[in-house]
Design a binder for this molecule. Structure first.
Ligand SMILES: Cc1ncc(C[n+]2csc(CCOP(=O)(O)OP(=O)(O)O)c2C)c(N)n1
Ligand SMILES: [Mg+2]
Length: 337
């Protein structure tokens, strides 16, 4: 868990540096080696590491727009994920999806920029496992800002009715962009959403990886043993803005300071010391994590960009009604239409 958490934290620190290159001084979001938005999850690593530690490659994980810590904990290929974030041809999605759309079929991982969108596919993966008589499970991650979404509530119902092996993990970082959760949600404890579907709902009040690990172990064990779904909510802390470049003018300074003080990585380090792990061993893990991150970034940046014509590959096209088998005829040089 420590290895995953420090890898994710360092990865994001490095992405931040790369992201800002060329974007200043006026913050041109399309400039630099990582074009587009970038949502960082620093401060949320415990929710990823504590849950994914229990998972196998054939277990499914879906994540939202803030996916790096979860992808790393699930074992997504770091090189190809990084190439995707840098928009390169050898990226997981051939450089077309960017950081919110990472898909790694090898380890059954997907994420999406549409919030709560991962819930129905996770329920689908749970249904598939049940029908195939396999003991794999599915985990859907979502933010506290997504718990009023229909996709989440319908997935809870579906998973409950069919007793599916699904665990819903809410990362409560108190904010949905600039919206504090108390202004939009009637419950303080999002795990209570489970009550309406007669499934267990557990909240982990501190972003404590060990506690998350214990709670998740029980939920995933239940799912694997065919005893149905669970909701887990973990209190995490958003150390950064909603996305890179967010000036956070809406956020009280005390809140930002509190998030910076409660560091789940330091908390785990203290726990590891109590378990008898010495600082040198942790330092070695950190050094190895840093090397892995540097190697992934270096590899990704040396990869080719997609060709402009690649934009027309791998697309779903809805033909106009009445047209069923015509081949699209695109003229890249700028033809008649
Ligand atoms: C269905 C949908 N509505 C609105 C948005 C725009 N949007 C992107 S992130 C976000 C807030 C998400 O907050 P939360 O779920 O708490 O996740 P966090 O950003 O805090 O990790 C919103 C409203 C979206 N992506 N999808
Ligand atoms: Mg949130």
């Amino acid at each position: 868990m420590y290895e995953n958490m420090v890898t994710a934290r360092h990865y994001e620190e490095r992405l931040q540096e790369e992201y800002l290159e060329g974007k200043q001084p006026a913050f041109d979001i399309s400039a630099g080696p990582i074009p587009g938005e970038l949502h960082l999850a620093a401060g949320q690593e415990a929710a990823a590491a504590g849950v994914c530690q229990h998972l196998r490659d054939d277990d499914t994980v879906t994540a939202p727009h803030r996916p790096h810590h979860v992808a790393i904990a699930k074992g997504v290929d770091l090189d190809r994920m990084t190439a995707e974030i840098f928009g390169r041809q050898t990226g997981l999605g051939k450089g077309k999806g960017g950081h919110m759309h990472l898909f790694d079929p090898e380890v059954h991982f997907a994420c999406s920029g549409i919030i709560a969108e991962g819930c129905p596919p996770a329920a689908g993966a749970g249904l598939a496992a049940k029908k195939r008589n396999e003991d794999s499970v599915a985990v859907a991650y979502l933010g506290e800002g997504a718990i009023d979404q229909g996709a989440f509530l319908e997935s809870l119902n579906f998973a409950a009715v069919f007793d599916l092996p699904v665990v819903f993990v809410i990362e409560d970082n108190d904010w949905a962009i600039s919206m504090p959760k108390e202004r939009v949600t009637d419950v303080e404890n999002g795990a209570k959403r489970a009550d309406g579907f007669e499934m267990p709902g557990v909240r982990v009040d501190a972003d404590d990886a060990v506690e998350v690990y214990e709670v998740a172990g029980e939920a995933i064990g239940r799912a694997r043993d065919r005893n149905g779904p669970t909701v887990i909510e973990v209190q995490v802390h958003r150390r950064m803005g909603h996305f890179m470049g967010d000036p956070q003018t809406y956020r009280p300074e005390e809140d930002q300071e509190a998030a910076a003080e409660r560091d789940s990585i330091e908390r785990l380090e203290a726990a590891l010391r109590d378990y008898g792990v010495d600082d040198d061993a942790m330092e070695t893990i950190r050094e190895e994590a840093h090397e892995r991150v540097e190697a992934a970034i270096e590899w990704a940046k040396a990869q080719p960009h997609p060709e402009p014509s690649d934009a027309y590959e791998d697309m779903f096209v809805n033909p106009p009604s009445g047209v069923t088998d015509s081949e699209p005829d695109f003229d890249l040089a700028g033809g008649d239409d």
